[in-house]
Design a protein around this ligand. Structure first.
Ligand code: SAH
Ligand code: SF4
Ligand code: F3S
Length: 477
C-alpha cells in the first residue's frame, strides 16, 4: 500500500511537467533533461534540487524522453521491489539509447549510493552514478562524459551538505516540500537509509523560515517539512519544536505538516507547539513498525509498545480529532504468530486513520540481513493481508462517522480520476474529492446558481460518501 504522503512511486504527470516547463524553465537554456523520481518525498525534494543545479548549466526539464539529452532516474533502495522497478525501467529505456547513442543516462539517489559500480556493470546503458550528497557535480560529470567518454561516478556521503543555498525548482502548485535535515543516525536494523543517505545534518533555521516566507509570497498554501527523522533536527540550541513554532509564527496562513518523526524523539514540547498553532495540521504520522517489544528491540527502534502507546494517548488528549497514521513492517525475521497478533492488537487499539504496511524485505549490509528465521513468502502474504484487512475496516469505520460532517479543506490539485473534480485535503490529512463546479440556490432564490472553485481555495465541504482512503463531499456555502 504505497500512498502519496510517504512513499510515492509514480512518474511526474504530464500535467505537472507542463506546468513546470511553463513556469520555471529558462528561455536561454537549450539542453533538455528528463527525470523520473522513485521513493520518498525527500527524493522528490532532491529532484527539485537537481533540476535547480542543472538549470544553471543550460538544462530545462522535459516530459518527453525522445527530445531529452540527459535522462535521469532518481532511485530508491528501501525494499527489493523498489530496486527491481528501476532495473525493469532501465531495460525499457534501452530503446532510447539505441535511437540516440548520445543520450546520457544517469542513476541518482539511494540505489546509486548502495550499488555503486555494480550498477554500471549490471546495466551497460548507465553512464552516470550520483549519490544523494553529490548533486552539485551532476553537470560536470555530464560534461566530462561528453568530452572524454568517461563514465561518471560520485557517491561520497557528506557530513555537511544540506543544499541550503540552492532554491529548488518546484512544480507550480499550492503544496511545497522543504527538506530541513538530511541523513539518519538511528540505524534501525532493517533499514538502508543510514547507508544511502549518511549522517544526520540540519539546515540553517533562518534559511528554512525565509524559504517558507518566500513560498507564502509565491502563493503556496501548504508546506511539508521533510526529514527522515525530523525530530532530530538541531541547529545551535534550537530543535524541531522551535523550528516548527517559529515557522508557524512566520507564515500564519500557511498549513504546516511534517514527516517523518521517530517515536523515540517525539517530545511533549512538540505536541505543545502543535496545539498552540492553528496552522499546524492536526496530523501525526508515527511509525510503530511492530506491536512486539522483542521485535522492536531486534529492530533497534529504541522504544517499547507501552511508550509508543503513551505518546499516542497524549496526542489524542491534547489534539482532539488528530489524524494518526503509521508504518508497519510485517514478518521481520523470527516474528512469531503471537507477535504478529500483537501488531494486530496495536492497530485495533490505536485505531489509525491509515497505515503504510510492508512485508519485510532483506537488505544486504543491514544488521537484520544476517538474522535467522526469515519468514516464508506464504506466511508473509497472509500476515500482511490480515494487517491490511483490519486496518482497512478501521479506516472505513472512522471515515463513515464523518458522513454528514462539514469540514474545511484545501483544494490541492485536479482529481487523478476525473477533470471534473478536485483533490482536496482536510486538516487531519484525509483526501477529499470535491466537484470543480457546484450549483446551489443563491441568496436571492435563483436556482442553479453556479460557482467554480480553484486550486488553493479553502472550502467547507459536507462529506456525503467515503471509502477507506478517500472522502467525497459537496461544498457548503
Ligand atoms: N525515517 C522513517 C522511515 C523511512 S522508510 C521512519 O523511521 O519512520 C519508510 C518505511 O519503510 C519505514 O517506516 C518502514 O516501515 C519501511 N521499511 C524500511 N525498510 C524496510 C525493509 N527493509 N523492509 C520493509 N519495509 C521497510
Ligand atoms: Fe530508517 Fe530507522 Fe532512520 Fe527511519 S529512523 S530512516 S527506519 S534507520
Ligand atoms: Fe527510498 Fe532513499 Fe527515500 S531508500 S525511501 S529514496 S531515503
Amino acid at each position: 500500500m504505497e500512498l502519496s504522503h510517504l512513499i510515492i512511486n509514480n512518474k511526474p504527470s504530464e500535467n505537472s511537467n507542463n506546468l513546470l516547463q511553463k513556469n520555471f524553465n529558462k528561455e536561454s537554456n537549450d539542453k533538455k533533461v528528463y527525470i523520473e523520481t522513485y521513493g520518498c518525498q525527500m527524493n522528490y525534494s532532491d529532484t527539485e534540487i537537481v533540476l535547480s543545479v542543472l538549470s544553471e548549466f543550460g538544462y530545462n526539464e522535459t516530459s518527453d524522453i525522445e527530445e531529452s539529452d540527459v535522462l535521469l532516474l532518481n532511485t530508491c533502495s528501501i525494499r527489493e521491489n523498489a530496486e527491481n522497478k528501476v532495473y525493469k525501467r532501465l531495460d525499457d529505456l534501452k530503446k532510447y539509447k539505441t535511437q540516440n547513442p548520445n543520450l546520457v543516462i544517469g542513476i541518482l539517489g539511494c540505489m546509486a549510493e548502495r550499488l555503486k559500480n555494480d550498477l554500471l556493470k549490471r546495466r551497460k546503458i548507465v553512464d552516470l552514478i550520483v549519490g544523494p550528497d553529490e548533486y552539485r557535480k551532476v553537470p560536470h560529470l555530464i560534461d566530462n562524459l561528453i568530452e572524454t567518454g568517461e563514465k561518471g561516478i560520485a557517491i561520497k556521503l557528506s557530513r555537511v551538505e544540506t543544499y541550503d543555498d540552492i532554491t529548488p525548482v518546484r512544480k507550480k502548485g499550492v503544496t511545497a516540500w522543504i527538506s530541513i535535515m538530511r541523513g539518519c543516525d538511528k540505524f534501525c536494523t532493517f533499514c538502508v537509509v543510514p547507508f544511502t543517505r549518511g549522517r544526520e545534518r540540519s539546515r540553517n533555521l533562518k534559511n528554512i523560515i525565509d524559504e517558507a516566507k518566500r513560498l507564502s509570497d509565491e502563493g503556496v498554501k501548504d508546506i511539508w517539512l521533510l526529514g527522515q527523522n525530523v525530530n532530530s533536527y538541531k541547529f545551535g540550541d534550537e530543535d524541531f519544536s522551535d523550528l516548527l513554532d517559529k515557522t508557524a509564527n512566520a507564515v500564519p496562513n500557511m498549513r504546516l505538516r511534517y514527516t517523518t518523526s521517530h517515536p523515540y524523539d517525539l517530545s511533549m514540547k512538540l505536541l505543545e507547539v502543535m496545539t498552540k498553532h492553528k496552522n499546524i495540521c492536526n496530523y501525526i504520522h508515527l511509525p510503530i513498525q511492530s506491536g512486539s517489544d522483542r521485535i522492536l528491540n531486534k529492530m533497534n527502534r529504541l522504544y517499547s509498545v507501552e511508550q509508543y502507546m503513551n505518546v499516542m494517548k497524549k496526542a489524542r488528549e491534547m489534539m482532539p480529532g488528530v489524524g494518526l497514521s503509521t508504518d508497519i513492517i510485517s514478518c521481520f525475521p523470527s516474528e512469531t504468530e503471537d507477535e504478529h497478533k500483537m501488531t494486530l492488537d496495536v492497530i485495533r487499539e490505536v485505531r489509525y486513520d491509515g497505515a503504510y504496511t510492508f512485508a519485510y524485505s532483506p537488505r544486504e549490509n543491514t544488521k537484520a540481513f544476517d538474522m535467522e528465521d526469515r519468514i516464508d513468502e506464504e506466511t508473509k502474504n497472509r500476515r500482511l493481508d490480515e494487517i491490511i484487512t483490519i486496518q482497512r475496516k478501521i479506516s472505513v469505520e472512522i471515515n463513515q462517522r464523518l458522513i454528514g460532517k462539514t469540514m474545511p479543506v484545501l483544494i490541492e490539485s485536479l482529481s487523478r480520476k476525473s477533470d471534473d473534480f478536485f483533490m482536496a485535503r482536510t486538516d487531519c490529512n484525509k483526501s477529499v474529492i470535491v466537484p470543480k463546479e457546484f450549483s446551489y440556490v443563491s441568496e436571492s432564490g435563483e436556482l442553479n446558481h453556479k460557482k467554480n472553485f480553484h486550486i488553493g481555495d479553502f472550502v467547507n465541504i459536507k462529506i456525503n460518501k467515503v471509502n477507506s482512503a478517500t472522502l467525497f463531499g459537496d461544498p457548503v456555502l
